[in-house]
Design a protein around this ligand. Sequence first.
Ligand code: PLP
Length: 369
Amino acid sequence: MTVEKMIRREILGITPYVPGKPIEEVQREWGLEEVIKLASNENPLGPSPRAVQAATAALAETHLYPDGSCYLLKSALAAELGVKPDEIIVGNGCDEVIKLVAEAFFHPGDEVVVADPTFGEYAYATQLMGAKLVKVKGEGLGHDLDKMAAAVTERTKAIFVCNPNNPTGTMNTRAELEAFIARIPPEILIIIDQAYYEYVEDAAYPNGIEFKGDGRVLTLRTFSKIYGLAGLRVGYGVGDPELIALLDRTREPFNVNRIGQVAAVAALADRAHVARSLEMNRRGMEQIYRGLADLDLSYIPSVANFILFSTPYLATQIFEEMMKRGVIVRPAHIFGLPRQVRVTIGTEEQNNKFLNVLGAVLADLGKEP
Ligand SMILES: *Cc1c(COP(=O)(O)O)cnc(C)c1O
């Protein structure tokens, strides 16, 4: 075929992203009325009602382009985070900011160091630019920052630190991160992905933004997780103004939609909704820990809003069987973990359904010859 010969070779190396299955698709496929999705770490409480109200009002102005500079959102974020607006870049989700970093900085042949397992977007952005992904496996599946620092070579351009790590829910402490940054040569970018920042309650957990003075440290956050706006696509990066200005060159003029911008401003102001979400997560985490232990399944204790657990069967099998019974989870084979499954903490009722269905599926699979 001609087009296949025409394409950049790097593109053929990219594994297409497999998203969590949409609820509507599972309902259609299996003729189910009630389907719950605990696969993409979304907020089970939904968006802040104030964000919904702001978004609804903004719909009437959909004929107007959004503010390309995200002025109001950056001002609100700057006040909230104690930084200046020119230290922030807003993207169509955090995913876009990761891509902007790659487009602005990665040359073919550059090396990019990541943990294994970790969030897949780093691999995608790296391969897109023809750079080389260097995966570093740590003990207990978390980030081994010493090993990652040791993987640095003359060709290393960037290191992604996913903290807490997706899919493991593990974290690195402030002391570990500080020592790590001090060890990395100054001409290497360090991207600290804190998509789950608002969930972490461990006192030793670092705020990546404190390292922005280092110049090459970019901290990523998102409105997709605790703020419950995954469908509107708003994420951001915080770093030195010079770094932000360089990233801004690769950004499309209207990358963040109008509805997302106003909803994010409203969501940021709704502290009560964030507090409720955190409280629900705290209780749900305990509920699922207990349930998994009752089923004799081992799991990695998590500081985020999801748990990675092990099963005696293939993750894809558990996923398929649970889906038929109306519960969508994330099989971790996509992260290179064939017998592990990631589940998002839901409401109490959703967690109960998840545990009941998981128990039934394990019992059924155990009966098969
Ligand atoms: C969910 C997630 C993101 C967020 O992405 P958005 O594009 O803002 O929805 C970023 N990093 C990690 C590790 C995530 O799990």
